[in-house]
Design a protein around this ligand. Structure first.
Ligand SMILES: C[S@@+](CC[C@H](N)C(=O)[O-])C[C@H]1O[C@@H](n2cnc3c(N)ncnc32)[C@H](O)[C@@H]1O
Length: 351
C-alpha cells in the first residue's frame, strides 16, 4: 500500500489534557500502548523533543502502518511494535525500554477501525462479524454468536454490554442463527428489543459486549495496568483514557488500590496485607472533554481520563514482589543484568 493512502482520520481525544497529565518533558521516554492513528504519539514526540523517545504498541498491524507514516519525521526516536499490550513487560524487556517517564492507554478503537474497516466493529456498515483487533486472534464475533448457548449469550450481553434486554436478544439470536453480518445482527437486536432506545442505536450495547469478549478487553486491561506500574520511573505518570463504565471502573479501582498503603478488608483491626502504595492520584476528579471538544468530535463524549504518578522509592522498589518477579524475568534470555541495574540506579538517584 502506498504511504499516501495511509492517512489517519482519527482525532485524538483530550489531547492537551493528556499531554498535561503525562507531564511530557524534553528528553523523556514514553510508551503509547494504544498507538492507533498516532495522534497522541505525535504530540508526545513534539513535546518531548529534543531527545524524546517513544515506544508505540498496537495489536492491529494496520494501526502500526498508519502511525509509522504519521510519525515519519521522528523515525529515529520511535520504536513501533505490533503486539498486544497484555505483553507490555515482555515487550519492554525485549527492547530494553524502561523505566519510563510516562505510559498512555487510550482504550477502545480508532475511527479508522470503526469507519468501514470491513472488520465488523460497527453496525453503520455491513461487514462480516469479525471484530478481532488483531488478525492473529482465533475467535471472531461470528464464532461467539453462532456457537454459544442462549444462556452464555445472555450472560455475555448483560455483563459486557450492561444490556437490560439481554435475554430477549439472546433468544432471538439463537432462533435466527447462523448470523454472519453486522447489519443482520443489528436488525435482530432491533427486533428483539422492539423499540428504539433514546439517542443510542438498540444494537450499541450488544456490539460493545461482543467486541469486549472477542478481544478480552477487560482481562487485558487489568493485566497491563499491573505491568505498567513496575515500568514507571520515580514520578513517572500513568494515564488512561477509557470510553465505557466497565473499563473506567477497572482503572479507577486499580489506581485507588495502588495509591493505598493498606488494602485489608474494612473491620480488620491491624493491617495484615502489607500492601504499599506505589501510586499517587493526580486528579481527584476524572477528567472529561469540554463541551466544545464534544461538539467538534462527538466520539469523545464518553471519554474519561485518569492519571496517577509513581511514588515508589528505591527501597520499596527492590522490596516489591511484583518487581522482583519482573527483575527475575529481565535477567533471563538476552537481557543484560549490569545494564538493567545501571538503569535502575540512574532512575532512582533522584528518589
Ligand atoms: C482509541 S485508539 C488510539 C488512538 C490514538 N491514541 C490516536 O491518537 O490516534 C485505540 C487503539 O488501541 C488499539 N488496541 C486496543 N486494544 C489493544 C490491546 N490489547 N493491545 C494493543 N493495542 C490495542 C486499537 O487497535 C486501536 O488502534
Amino acid at each position: 500500500m502506498s504511504s499516501n493512502m495511509l492517512t489517519s482520520n482519527h482525532v485524538p481525544v483530550l489531547l492537551q489534557e493528556t499531554m498535561r497529565a503525562l507531564a511530557v518533558q524534553p528528553g523523556g521516554r514514553y510508551i503509547d500502548c494504544t498507538l492507533g492513528g498516532g495522534g497522541h504519539a505525535l504530540a508526545v514526540l513534539e513535546h518531548s523533543s529534543p531527545g524524546g523517545q517513544l515506544l508505540g504498541i498496537d495489536a492491529d498491524p494496520r494501526g502500526i502502518e498508519i502511525a509509522r507514516a504519521k510519525l515519519e519525521a521522528y523515525s529515529s526516536s520511535i520504536l513501533l511494535v505490533n503486539e498486544n499490550f497484555t505483553n507490555l513487560q515482555a515487550i519492554c524487556i525485549k527492547y530494553d525500554f524502561f523505566p519510563v517517564h510516562g505510559i498512555l492507554f487510550d482504550l477502545g478503537l480508532s475511527s479508522i477501525q470503526l469507519n468501514g474497516s470491513g472488520r465488523g466493529f460497527s453496525f453503520q456498515h455491513d461487514a462480516p462479524l469479525d471484530m478481532r483487533i488483531s488478525p492473529s486472534q482465533q475467535t471472531t464475533a461470528a464464532d461467539i454468536i453462532n456457537t454459544s448457548s442462549e444462556a452464555e449469550l445472555a450472560h455475555l450481553i448483560r455483563t459486557y454490554g450492561e444490556e437490560g434486554y439481554s435475554r430477549q436478544i439472546a433468544r432471538r439470536i439463537v432462533k435466527e442463527r447462523p448470523i454472519r453480518s453486522t447489519l443482520h445482527l443489528a436488525q435482530i437486536v432491533e427486533r428483539a428489543i422492539s423499540r428504539k432506545r433514546g439517542r443510542i442505536h438498540p444494537a450499541t450495547k450488544t456490539f460493545q459486549a461482543l467486541r469486549i469478549a472477542v478481544n478480552q478487553e477487560l482481562e487485558n486491561l487489568e493485566s497491563a495496568l499491573k505491568q505498567a506500574v513496575s515500568l514507571l520511573g520515580f514520578e513517572g505518570r500513568l494515564v488512561v483514557i477509557s470510553y465505557h463504565s466497565l473499563e473506567d471502573r477497572i482503572v479507577k479501582q486499580f489506581m485507588q488500590r495502588e495509591s493505598r498503603d493498606c488494602i485489608c478488608p474494612s473491620g480488620i483491626p491491624v493491617c495484615v496485607c502489607g500492601h504499599k502504595a506505589r501510586l499517587r492520584l493526580i486528579n481527584k476528579r476524572v477528567i472529561v472533554p469540554s463541551a466544545s471538544e464534544i461538539k467538534l468530535n462527538p466520539r469523545s463524549r464518553s471519554a474519561k481520563l485518569r492519571v496517577a504518578e509513581c511514588i515508589t522509592t528505591r527501597d520499596d522498589y527492590y522490596g516489591n514482589t511484583e518487581v522482583q518477579n519482573f527483575l527475575a524475568v529481565a535477567e533471563t534470555g538476552a537481557w543484560r543484568r549490569p545494564a538493567l541495574l545501571k538503569k535502575l540506579e540512574l532512575v532512582f538517584l533522584a528518589a
